[in-house]
Design a protein. Structure first.
Length: 320
């Protein structure tokens, strides 16, 4: 009888803080929150606080701020601190996006992470880098001591070997997989997380339901920047094995994702802000995205029509 040597495949040991965050977020919905601002880019702290608390009241379990949806890479330090403080004040775990700027240095990103730790963040979502991602994450871990979520983003996806290295780091609690339309890559990344005993987190707004069936055990998505109940129901129905409810809720959410996460893809931030305004979360004057593209004239009406149907008690895909 041949006994296989399994030492090479044994998951690397997690640091206690990273293990705690992994377990805390399992089967939880993390909203990739927007950062409501006016046309000049100004942030109203009271309005921001109400918006974030409203997401939590509607069913979000944790907040991810200053990530791609929150336009974190574009915001100056004072604005980043304001957003982080407002999020921490909600009382739920807060994940802060760090990095994401062209030409950034690792020491700059590490300083952002250290400041997030000082402000009470539970962890950081590390934007992907091309040059030595393991060394980049290790420097952030040493500077801040905060658990990290790796970010396998379609705009800058990791090679499988690099992702495996990151998932072996003791400070990496999990990976957010956001491959947009690459189902095979999404499945492979989720499987890598399971093999490393890290949390497999879906960031797949356009493949939300399927990614849960492929092994995701938590969600961190821009769809939850508004439309929280319909997003939360998909995750919870699957976790509770209410599969008929899951199919119906997933169909409704897919219909919404189809009109929000579409070309021009960067326009999804403004589209989600339109929904947030229509839901009464923010004033219409703050449903703008100074950093996004110009959108077609009929986009707003089309998005809001689908959002209204999805928020009702209709059948699959919002149909009555």
């Amino acid at each position: 009888m041949i006994i296989a040597d399994t030492r090479a495949s044994r998951p690397a040991e997690l640091a206690p803080a990273a293990a705690a965050l992994r377990d805390r977020l399992r089967w939880r919905l993390v909203a990739a929150a927007a950062t409501p601002m006016d046309a000049a880019g100004a942030i109203d702290p009271a309005l921001l606080g109400r918006y974030l608390r409203g997401l939590v009241d509607d069913g979000v379990d944790a907040l991810a701020v200053l990530a791609h949806t929150g336009r974190g890479p574009h915001l100056v330090e004072m604005a980043r601190e304001l957003v982080t403080r407002c999020a921490v004040d909600t009382g739920v775990p807060v994940i802060v996006g760090v990095g994401g700027r062209p030409g950034e240095r690792t020491d700059q990103v590490a300083a952002e992470a250290a400041r997030a730790a000082d402000l009470g963040a539970a962890g950081v979502l590390v934007f992907p880098v091309e040059a030595d991602p393991l060394a980049h994450h290790d420097a952030i871990w040493r500077a801040a001591g905060l658990p990290m979520l790796a970010f396998d983003l379609y705009l800058r996806p990791y090679r499988p070997a690099d992702l495996a290295d990151l998932l072996a780091h003791p400070g990496v609690a999990g990976v957010k997989v956001a491959r947009l339309h690459d189902a095979v890559a999404c499945q492979a990344a989720l499987a890598s997380a399971h093999a490393a005993d890290r949390l497999a987190i879906t960031g797949e707004d356009r493949m939300f339901g399927p990614s849960l069936m492929w092994g995701a055990q938590a969600a961190l998505v821009g769809l939850a920047a508004a439309a929280v109940p319909v997003t939360a129901e998909v995750l919870r129905a699957f976790a509770e094995q209410r599969y008929a409810d899951f199919v119906a809720a997933s169909a409704r959410l897919d219909r919404l994702a189809e009109v929000t996460f579409t070309e021009p893809m960067e326009g999804y931030v403004r589209r989600m802000l339109w929904i947030a305004a229509a839901e009464g979360r923010i004033p219409a004057a703050y449903a703008v995205d100074p950093y996004g593209p110009v959108l077609p004239a009929d986009d707003r009406a089309r998005v809001l029509a689908v959002a209204r149907r999805g928020a009702g008690a209709g059948g699959p895909a919002g149909r009555p």
